[in-house]
Design a protein around this ligand. Structure first.
Ligand SMILES: [Zn+2]
Length: 257
């Protein structure tokens, strides 16, 4: 499947225009290595996002099933927001984040792993449906590399926000509380929305900006109604995606001005 192309033409991985596969710099967009060492044609078969959406989807589903199966006796089923919920012990074992895992157990790596775990059936279904929608849009707008960076940084900043607030400000009113233990891909999901808002702002595409901002506000408010939502994780994720996109864009403007 991954056959290296050594002659002829291919599509620049950055700007989608036709180039010779042997060019070291794209004549249209000036970026280096536009054919990705001759692998751009093979990689494009995986789709615009180079398979990232599929990796997130199947990775989250596999981990959800594993956290259920490993502690079958303690699966919780009490209502729509707690249906087919893995036990807290199995979630912590597989990398839940929050004030306790990060500050008391010293498990810093959970800032990223928690984004791949889910707390019940509705939680995983909601997150994955939204991520599948947005990831394709983000990959289309920015390319697969930036999609992965935005998603990963947003997941980390979302987890860090709720862990920091949970650890240093334990006595704030309930709606401003951080998390002792937190899981879910929604930090990354909010990051994708934040990136689209920044993109709409920079390119003055008011439709994109307005739509992404509306989704983010509605989902953020939903978090205050739904039980056990990590609102700092959502806010931190949004901010992470927004800042990455602003940073990347200003760096690119510098380079091309
Ligand atoms: Zn190009």
């Amino acid at each position: 499947m991954f056959k290296r192309q050594v002659n002829g033409s291919c599509i620049c991985v950055f700007c989608d225009r036709l180039i010779s596969v042997n060019k070291s710099t794209c004549p249209h967009c000036d970026r280096k290595n536009p054919s990705l060492w001759g692998y751009s044609r093979s990689l494009r078969r995986l789709g615009k996002d180079l398979g990232f959406t599929a990796i997130v989807t199947w990775g989250c589903i596999a981990l959800y099933l594993t956290t259920l199966l490993i502690d079958l006796g303690n699966i919780r089923n009490s209502g729509a927001f707690d249906f087919l919920a893995p036990s807290p012990q199995s979630l912590v074992m597989f990398g839940a984040t929050g004030a306790i895992p990060v500050f008391e157990l010293g498990r810093w790596w959970t800032l990223l792993s928690a984004g791949w775990l889910h707390g019940d059936l509705l939680h995983i279904a909601f997150n994955l449906l939204w991520i599948r929608n947005l990831a394709f849009e983000v990959a289309e707008a920015f390319g697969s590399g930036r999609l992965v960076i935005i998603y990963t940084v947003a997941t980390g900043i979302g987890s860090l926000s709720s862990s920091l607030v949970g650890h240093f400000f334990p006595d704030v009113p309930p709606i401003f509380q951080g998390a002792d233990v937190s899981i879910g891909a929604s930090g990354g999901l909010f990051g994708l929305l934040g990136a689209l808002v920044a993109y709409g702002q920079i390119t003055r595409n008011l439709i994109v900006r307005h739509q992404a901002l509306t989704y983010a506000v509605v989902m953020f408010l939903l978090g205050f109604i739904m039980p056990n939502t990590d609102n700092w994780g959502h806010f931190g994720g949004f901010l992470g995606g927004y800042l990455v996109e602003l940073g990347v864009n200003s760096a690119m403007l510098d380079r091309f001005s």
